[in-house]
Design a protein around this ligand. Structure first.
Ligand code: KG4
Ligand code: ZN
Length: 371
């Protein structure tokens, strides 16, 4: 607890990718929240960094003004400002960061920079007070795939991560190959409802039965091969001419989604066993996927708990940023005006598995006692 910080409403700003968002949070409660998604990227099938940065610049004033109106607050009533400092697109990040710096400086309020993926974990706290460490977290977004164990807030053991494409990225690219819209995740989930997994066979990457916990592949992910395998099947169907591919899209999408979910669930179960902790927390845009949530819940059974954010708080939003910023300000953290955007900012307090085990901080199989 920081005796120097009086507490009160915190403004959060998020601009790391293609959502311009602001929120006011006080004591973990959302008082105002606006998310403006940029649809200008749709026709390119992915986010165009320059377009994103310019759109943030155009939108940020009105997004913050509307958020404050929503919260019924004047700027001077805020107790602090939090902003995503990374990871993300550097031009996009810089817009939010510089805006937040100027705003905080003009008002004489403390400013704090937060890490986007850590904020995705905090999204759960806004809806479920029980969503706090210790837990196993699966963070799945368009840019990251991280499996970690949190012993307390700010102390995380990195168990696994993707070696190539992030899960969301694979969803987006496969959707594009199948002629579906952007973002691809929701599109694949939608058409997969009309399809049957198993008609086409796709690999479950990095879940080979020959792996042991000693292998580095035990917790890691890889989605690039699965993406290519799907693209090859699509090309084969396309070469037959006519509507072969079109007709096969639901089944292909269903099998792709199933392969991703099988892989993610298998890795989470390994982490649960390693950490002896069946409290699992999901974060990031792919957490919107209903099949993933359902399969994880089933796999954890009656004894385990799955925390997953509601759809609005799963994809990029500023409420999660404000929530983490409030936590940091309470702990006494304040950034100077030298705070900079870092496109590959790591999660603070994230330690690789090996070093953590060697130092005996978090041995495998340590009991999971909720604090
Ligand atoms: O966290 P997020 O909003 O942005 C990043 O930080 O990257 O995640 C966006 C990603 C996109 O790749 C999108 O396709 C994916 O989340 N996504 C989904 C679903 N909804 C969004 N993936 C699978 N199923 C969904 N329903
Ligand atoms: Zn995100």
């Amino acid at each position: 607890m920081n005796p120097g910080w009086p507490g009160g409403p915190v403004l959060g700003i998020e601009s790391s990718c293609d959502e311009t968002s602001a929120a006011v949070v006080a004591d973990g409660r959302i008082l105002g929240h606006v998310i403006l998604s940029q649809d200008a990227h749709e026709r390119f099938g992915g986010v165009v960094p320059e377009i994103a940065a310019r759109a943030h610049l155009r939108q940020i004033d009105s997004v913050v003004a509307e958020t404050l109106r929503d919260a019924g607050l004047e700027p001077r009533e805020l107790a602090g400002v939090g902003v995503t400092a990374g990871p993300g697109l550097v031009g996009a990040l810089l817009v939010g960061l510089n805006w937040a710096k100027g705003f905080a400086w003009a008002l004489g309020k403390p400013l704090v920079g937060v890490q986007h993926m850590e904020a995705h974990m905090f999204a759960n706290s806004l809806e479920s007070p029980g969503a706090r460490p210790p837990f196993v977290a699966l963070l799945v977004s368009g840019g990251h795939t991280l499996l970690l164990h949190a012993s307390v807030w700010g102390s995380y053991t990195l168990l696994g991560q993707t070696r190539d494409d992030a899960v969301g990225e694979a969803f987006d690219k496969v959707a594009r190959r199948l002629g579906l819209g952007y973002p691809g995740g929701p599109e694949i989930e939608r058409v997969a409802r009309e399809g049957v997994p198993g008609r086409f066979k796709l690999p479950r990457p990095m879940v080979s039965s020959s792996h042991t916990p000693a292998d580095s592949a035990w917790f890691d992910f890889s989605f690039s091969g699965l993406k290519t395998a799907t693209a090859l099947l699509a090309a084969e169907l396309e070469s037959k001419g006519g509507t072969e591919l079109e007709q096969a899209v639901p089944d292909l999408a269903a099998e792709f989604q199933q392969a991703v979910v099988d892989t993610l669930v298998a890795k989470v179960l390994r982490a649960v066993e390693w950490a002896n902790c069946d409290r699992v927390l999901l974060g990031g845009g792919v957490a919107r996927n209903g099949v993933l949530r359902e399969r994880l819940r089933d796999a954890l059974g009656d004894t385990g708990t799955l925390y997953s954010p509601s759809p609005r708080l799963a994809t990029d939003n500023a409420a999660m940023v404000a929530c983490l910023a409030e936590h940091r300000l309470r702990a006494g953290e304040v950034a100077g005006l030298g705070l900079n955007a870092d496109p590959s900012l790591p999660i603070p307090g994230l330690t690789p598995l090996g070093s953590r085990v060697d130092h005996g901080v978090m041995p495998p199989g340590a009991p999971c006692i909720p604090s």
